[in-house]
Ligand binder design. Structure first.
Ligand SMILES: Nc1nc2c(ncn2[C@@H]2O[C@H](COP(=O)(O)OP(=O)(O)OP(=O)(O)O)[C@@H](O)[C@H]2O)c(=O)[nH]1
Ligand SMILES: [Mg+2]
Length: 380
């Protein structure tokens, strides 16, 4: 039994070490805001809006874009639509009596998935900067100004922002987003960040390259390819948006597992970048490999080993360990952990990444997913 206990403690320590290292780096650098040399500018911008059956919320989304603090003459809206519902009619009607912003509507005959739709939309975008925004999100009026100010820095070719308010009030998601914002700020100060967010990502049009049509991490893939080609890809917490999320365990799995799977697959496809490309390949990518691929498995192994060790030592009393984990999960999904809620948020993400890696190995995924109608209610 003793060796099992030693193995469990060793595993816990091993899992924690890179996190402690990253925490140390954070305390040393104390990063705040964007590291870019920001300068105000007003380039022409193409706003790319992909839509699949968004009839209930697309008009509200377009009104939200109209409220952006940016000259409408400098804006073009590129909608790429593969809906079976009235979404394209609503879009056309919305632009009927408007001169600006202008509309470019791409209608797909058949749904092929988000990534190929985006490739088409990016190719059709005619302005200097492209902003990609998901229909199910609310972007702050000043977000675009903050974004283009980052792109004024010659080294910066892509920038994303933060989920400043989780619609639907999920504390699990809020806890995770707050931690993620700190991690991504540090990554940006080191070199570039990995994850780009669907609600708001901005790219210099010249820097855009096609992404894998099967991609399940479209925004992140584009940013990673841009970094590969030499441009910096940053996270700026001054760029704010709101996105809805669930706290309930099962409901979280659908969206989070798919997103996790997309990210893991992307890391593996671009494994040659580890160790190269400055601090991006030497620190940022290895940290994300650890968080997304290694640590979920170490954590799962620790839980199993720990339970066996506890039962062998304490008999049935040892079952207190898995029961405590279960209670932690139950309380966490009910947003009832108070100050420990962020810890559960991290655990929840590790569960998604663990499940995602299994789904990836089994080939159990699809790039034309069901739209989450529950989440859409937050925008109606
Ligand atoms: N053109 C096109 N747009 C799509 C397709 N699939 C999704 N979208 C749009 O892409 C954006 C992101 O899709 P979501 O379903 O919100 O993806 P998600 O945010 O990861 O997941 P949920 O919000 O949980 O549904 C939304 O604006 C969708 O309408 C597609 O196959 N083609
Ligand atoms: Mg969404």
């Amino acid at each position: 039994m003793e060796p099992l206990l030693v193995a469990t403690v060793t595993l816990i320590t091993l899992t924690a070490l890179p996190y402690l290292g990253f925490l140390g780096l954070y305390a040393w650098i104390r990063p705040t805001g964007s590291p870019a040399a920001k300068a105000p500018q007003e380039p022409s911008v193409s706003v790319v809006l992909p839509t699949y059956n968004e009839a209930s919320i697309v008009a509200g989304k377009l009104e939200g874009i109209d409220a952006w603090d940016y000259p409408a003459e400098n804006l073009e809206i590129v909608v790429v639509d593969s809906s079976e519902d009235a979404t394209p009619d609503i879009v056309r009607e919305y632009f009927e009596d408007r001169d600006s912003p202008t509309l470019e509507l791409i209608e797909e005959e058949e749904r092929r998935g988000l990534a190929p739709a985006l490739n088409d939309a990016y190719a059709a975008a005619s302005n200097d900067v492209v902003v990609k925004t998901d229909c199910d999100s609310e972007v702050a009026p000043d977000a675009l100004r903050e974004a283009v100010a980052n792109l004024a820095d010659d080294d910066v070719a892509a920038v994303t922002g933060r989920n400043a308010e989780v619609l639907g009030g999920s504390d699990v998601e809020t806890g995770y987003r707050d931690i993620q914002a700190r991690v991504q700020t540090l990554e940006s100060h080191l070199d570039s960040t990995l994850i780009f967010h669907g609600p708001f990502s901005a790219f210099e049009t010249d820097a855009i390259v096609p992404i894998d049509p099967d991609s399940l991490a479209d925004d992140t893939e584009l940013a990673l390819r841009i970094r590969r080609n030499g441009g910096r890809a940053l996270f700026d917490p001054a760029i704010r948006y709101k996105e809805a999320a669930h706290s309930a365990f099962r409901k979280r799995r659908t969206q989070k597992d798919r997103r996790g799977l997309g990210l893991i697959r992307l890391l593996i496809q671009h494994r040659d970048m580890v160790g190269a490309y400055g601090r991006y390949g030497r620190v940022v990518l290895p940290f994300n490999w650890w968080f997304m691929i290694v640590s979920p498995w170490l954590l799962a192994t620790t839980l199993v080993l720990g339970t066996v060790a506890a039962v062998l030592t304490l008999g049935l009393t040892g079952l207190v360990l898995p029961l405590a984990v279960l209670a932690f999960v139950l309380a966490g999904t009910r947003d009832a952990l108070g100050p420990f809620q962020p810890l559960y948020a991290l655990f929840d993400t590790q569960i998604s990444l663990f499940r995602a890696s299994i789904e990836l190995v089994r080939g159990d995924y699809d790039n034309t997913w069901e739209v989450d109608t529950d989440l859409r209610e937050a925008y109606e």
